[in-house]
Design a binder for this molecule. Structure first.
Ligand code: MOS
Length: 725
């Protein structure tokens, strides 16, 4: 059985009558005990100990060519098996949405830290030592490290938009803001380093790796190696965080595969922590100019959002800084332009909420400036500027809880206790203030398939190559299947992260739960129809609960009904509604900070996020996603800054001691509330993405609170203490 739905019409609330009561519940992650007891096997641990170990070797110039590599001393060491400089190995981190970046000429170096070789040995220590003995000679060329002085800055096709009479609106405004905001490069810095273990059986490759989007990753790897995707299997059962840096395969995957083939033995390649910072994609630094024009009542008449971001020469990706600005607020006249500086820094790619995460730091900071300028409450300013329809293309919104999130959040947080005069509240050395910001993140449906099997013992199994990158996919897919089939969570087994299963959506763009959850839902609808047929009724006349089917007063155990395993595959695809409706999840962030007037140190005291993101499948995992996003927001506001040395572009702070993500002491009590919402246009299970909603706007709430506390408006992120003294 195969149920295929092209999502091109509104879906009625199909889960509403379900009897099991599993969907939406606050359930702990089903795989949690395996993780905390060390029994969940991650990519780097997936071998049996007999595999050889590869260590990647980096380039130590920013731009130029590898003239020669003398591996004589390295190869003379005991245990060293091979030094590989295969040109297929060196590839930029792909974005995970295409068939991968083209293979490059290995001798070309375009950033410091780029892998140029792999040393393979019996043990890690031998390989690492040998890696230091490679004698690499370069032909050095002039590099561009600094976006301010880059020789090549372009405005690509489609990165300019002008609507209405922008300059006139700015000139005629009762109040206006014209300010420059900057954000630094950031690193996804997932806890699990990028890792791959490759094993060949004849022409068939099995790669255990840490990736987000297996159906694409398989094609990328096949493409890089020049083999057919049917000969590639990728397994990623557990992934220790990705945040975009594992959307595509990296050099570790290709290098491990090439090496394993070359030496006829499985090979494991695990990046060191430093290599994660130097070899995986970063979020681009941004320069943003935000212009706002408003009438006397605080209604926007114009919005301008220009940006300069960067990437390596030839790379197509550019941080989509204005993504939320396009639809969040009204204003008839609009202006956007993005320039891309070509730099010899690490490759820029998607990092959690590409676009909104940094774009909203600027936009929501500027909105706070405008509110202050107008003497208007920042919540009220936002409420006055929620547009009827998308202000540029006129599309209606599929669902939008922004106003409710703003007012509910203000109530819950005690926003009315805020001092409107900055710097007015002091507790000893500490200046205390409140700030807020809107949250918005576009919602996307991505093609996905999942197979569900109803077993003869009345349990069910879900199979898809979908990944769980720490987000709770194992739990929510079990909940959707359990709800549909009337089974308790423990009676549904979820198998993920293996390209041997039907292709899911992958984890990216916050589309995972809605997309693959819908595929599971469709498969279960098919199974329900088949069960109803066996019972001689319509699916609507049958109730499934606790492993029992009830029709009128007749009860049948599923284990009695299923004499031979029944299987169905659900398949969802985006359809026309994607073009017709503006889909996004919304929210509001509120923060209280204290800034020490002597040291300049900022402590976030409490934070609240209120979100409207369609149906919430699991209250606990959804809330945890939002906590994670808000913590990312605190990091973006106060600490995160990936520093490239201006002389040669090397990453200066390439470990977690120097690249400052918030630690427990930096994170106060966080509260998250979800508004009841269904989005019938989004997908059959009516969810919207939340993985990236929590970060969108979060950092601006913190910096706006800093302004309220101190009267100091910092536009250069992160707001380190030197900027407040
Ligand atoms: Mo996300 S940056 O699409 O993993």
């Amino acid at each position: 059985m195969n149920k295929h739905l092209k999502m091109d019409e509104r879906q009625s609330d199909v889960l509403a009558d379900m009897a099991q009561g599993t969907v939406g519940r606050e359930l702990a992650r089903s795989e949690g005990p395996l993780k905390v007891s060390g029994r969940a096997v991650y990519a780097a641990e997936s071998g049996d100990g007999t595999e050889a170990v590869g260590v990647l070797v980096r380039a130590t110039i920013a731009n130029g060519r590898v003239a020669s590599i003398d591996a004589g001393d390295a190869l003379a060491l005991e245990g060293v098996l091979r030094v590989i400089t295969d040109s297929r190995m060196v590839r930029r981190p792909a974005q995970g949405t295409a068939n991968g970046a083209p293979a490059q000429d290995t001798s070309q170096v375009d950033h410091f830290g780029q892998p140029v070789a792999l040393v393979v040995a019996d043990t890690f220590e031998q390989a690492r030592h040998a890696a230091h003995l490679l004698d690499i000679r370069y032909g050095v060329e002039t590099a561009d490290i600094d976006p301010e002085t880059a020789r090549e800055v372009e405005t690509p096709e489609g990165k300019r938009l002008e609507q209405g009479a922008f300059d006139t609106a700015m000139d005629d405004a009762a109040a206006s803001i014209d300010a420059i905001y900057t954000t630094p490069s950031q690193s996804a810095a997932p806890m699990e380093p990028h890792a791959a273990l490759a094993r060949w059986d004849g022409d068939r490759l099995t790669l255990h790796g840490a990736y987000q989007m297996l159906k694409y990753n398989r094609n990328e790897l096949a493409d890089a190696l020049g083999i057919h995707p049917d000969n590639v299997r990728i397994v990623s059962r557990y992934v220790g965080g990705g945040f975009g840096s594992k959307l595509g395969i990296g050099p570790e995957a290709v290098a491990a595969a090439i090496a394993a083939r070359a030496i006829g033995r499985p090979v494991r390649v695990v990046m060191s922590r430093a290599q994660v910072f130097e070899m995986t994609s970063r979020r681009s630094e941004t320069w943003q100019r935000v212009r706002l024009a408003a009438d006397r009542d605080g209604r926007l008449t114009a919005i301008g959002h220009d940006a300069r971001v960067s990437n390596l020469p030839g790379e197509a990706f550019s941080e989509p800084v204005q993504i939320a600005t396009h639809f969040l607020y009204g204003g008839a006249s609009r202006h956007y332009e993005t320039r891309i500086a070509r730099l010899n820094r690490t490759c820029a790619g998607s990092m959690r909420a590409p676009g909104e995460a940094v774009g909203m730091l600027a936009l929501e900071n500027a909105m706070d400036e405008l509110a202050h300028h107008l003497g208007l409450d920042p919540v009220e300013l936002r409420l006055r500027n929620i547009p009827e329809r998308h202000p540029e293309n006129g599309k209606p919104f599929s669902s939008r809880g922004l106003a409710d999130c703003l007012t509910t959040g203000a109530d819950l947080f005690g926003w009315n206790r805020r001092n409107t005069r900055p710097g007015a509240k002091r507790e000893g050395e500490w200046l205390v203030g409140l700030g807020m910001a809107s949250a918005a993140r576009s919602n996307i449906l991505s093609e996905a398939q999942a197979r569900v099997r109803l077993n003869t013992d009345g349990t069910a199994t879900v199979e898809t190559d979908m990944t769980d990158i720490g987000t709770g996919t194992y739990s929510i897919l079990g909940q959707v299947a359990g709800e549909m089939l009337g089974l308790a969570p423990e009676d549904v087994t979820v198998e993920l992260g293996d390209t041997a299963f039907p292709p899911g959506s992958g984890s990216g763009g916050s589309w995972g739960a809605g997309s693959v959850g819908s595929a599971v839902f469709l498969a279960c609808q098919d199974l329900r129809a088949a069960l109803a047929a066996r019972l001689g009724c319509d699916p609507g006349e049958m109730t499934l609960k606790d492993g029992v089917a009830t029709v009128s007063n007749r009860q049948t155990r599923l284990s009695d009904l299923v004499d031979e395993a029944m299987e169905a595959t659900g398949h969802i695809e985006p359809g026309d509604t994607k073009q017709e409706m503006q889909q996004a999840a919304f929210g509001a962030h509120f923060a209280e900070v204290a800034v020490n007037s002597v040291t300049g140190e900022t402590r976030v005291r409490r934070m609240l996020g209120v979100f409207a993101a369609g149906r919430i499948l699991n209250l606990k995992t959804a809330r945890s996603q939002c906590f994670g996003g808000m913590i990312f927001g605190i990091g973006a506001a106060l600490t995160e800054n990936l520093v490239h040395d201006p002389r040669d572009g090397h990453v200066v702070n390439r470990d977690l001691a120097e690249y400052h993500i918030p630690v427990n002491l930096d994170v106060p009590r966080l509260d998250v509330a979800f508004l009841e919402e269904r989005d019938p246009w989004a997908n059959p299970i009516q969810t919207k993405g939340i993985g990236e909603l929590g970060i969108s706007g979060a950092g601006a709430a913190v910096t706006n609170a800093i302004f309220n506390a101190t009267g100091i408006r910092v536009r250069d992120y992160p707001v380190t203490l030197d900027k407040l003294l």
